[in-house]
Ligand binder design. Structure first.
Ligand code: ZN
Length: 312
């Protein structure tokens, strides 16, 4: 079988994702991605993105047509991490580099899809979330960066125990409604920053971190027991630690009120209404203007509460 090389072959950018390059090849050769996939023997479905998707590829067709070796093409796919307890490789362009995207239209690099990537390895600029957050505190940024580095190390070392701990912490954040599903690769910068910061906290002092977070919140312990019945002994241990903290820090506890009360006291009505407006805008941008009104209100409320908690 003789396969002619494609007439136009823009070379792949360093660390470019296979689907990104196939899309650029299709545009350069004035055909659709579907037509090109058929010609290259990639089938009619989605362009393979993960190493495990390459099982049905017709290499005898693909390699000569694009003038790349099998190993070079396989290196352009994402690693299979479905066995990992926490999902940290996205199948979605949740972030990108504005600079590289501007220089090469349609470009997607592999590492942009990784939960621990905060900086573009091609140009060194910060990666930008689909839904950037205004006014993230420096403290949250630093913690998120530390969490990202810890996550990268855990994945590189295949440290499943550490990743299991990260996964449990993320489940806890979901029960507390601080994040939604798959928060490490969330399009929402605030949600992802909270999740990465939680990776940092849980890696250092997991039980103490949870105890501080839930201090005085008996309802949250009930919710946790219901959500994780197999973990009741561990939850009881954290509850006792939390009660112990209450006894050791009585004055501080009396002085404290709920995060929402504190934010309401410390924030002027003007700033509060601006934050509420921002939350509403973000909810609309995430769910779409046609989304159900109750769903929009619930999402805006959750975003506003989290912004209040994070900024204080
Ligand atoms: Zn870049």
């Amino acid at each position: 079988m003789t396969v002619n090389p494609l007439p136009r072959r823009p070379p792949p950018v360093s660390d470019e994702l296979l689907s990104s390059w196939i899309g650029r090849l299709a545009r350069a050769n004035h055909c659709s991605v579907e037509e090109l996939c058929g010609y290259l023997g990639l089938g009619q479905g989605r362009v393979p993105e993960h190493a495990g998707d390459l099982g049905h590829v017709n290499w005898a067709r693909l390699c000569p047509a694009v003038q790349q070796t099998r190993d070079e093409i396989a290196a352009m796919t994402l690693p299979d991490t479905t066995h990992h307890p926490a999902q940290c490789v996205s199948s979605d362009d949740f972030q990108s580099c504005a600079n590289c995207s501007k220089q090469t239209s349609g470009l997607v690099l592999r590492h942009w899809r990784f939960a621990w990537s905060l900086t573009c390895e091609n140009c060194g600029r910060p990666l930008v979330a689909r839904h950037p957050a205004d006014g993230l505190s420096n403290r949250l940024r630093v913690r998120a960066a530390r969490g990202a580095a810890l996550l990268k190390t855990a994945v590189a070392a295949a440290d499943l125990r550490h990743m299991q701990r990260i996964s449990h912490t993320l489940c806890l954040l979901q029960v507390l409604e601080l994040v939604y599903s798959v928060p490490l690769t969330s399009r929402c910068q605030l949600e992802r920053s909270i999740a990465l910061a939680a990776v940092d906290v849980c890696s250092a002092r997991p039980l103490l971190g949870v105890a501080i977070l839930l201090r005085g919140n008996e309802q949250a312990f009930w919710d946790l027991r219901r959500a994780f019945p197999q973990r009741r002994r561990l939850i009881e241990k954290v509850r006792k630690l939390s009660m112990n903290l209450d006894m050791r820090l009585p004055r501080r506890r009396r002085q404290e009120s709920s995060p929402v009360d504190r934010s309401a006291r410390a924030t002027s009505p003007k700033k509060t209404s601006a934050q509420a407006l921002d939350a509403a805008r973000q909810a609309i941008s995430e769910l779409g203007a046609d989304a159900d009104r109750q769903a929009l209100l619930a999402r805006a409320d959750a975003i506003w509460k989290r912004q209040s908690c994070v900024s204080h």
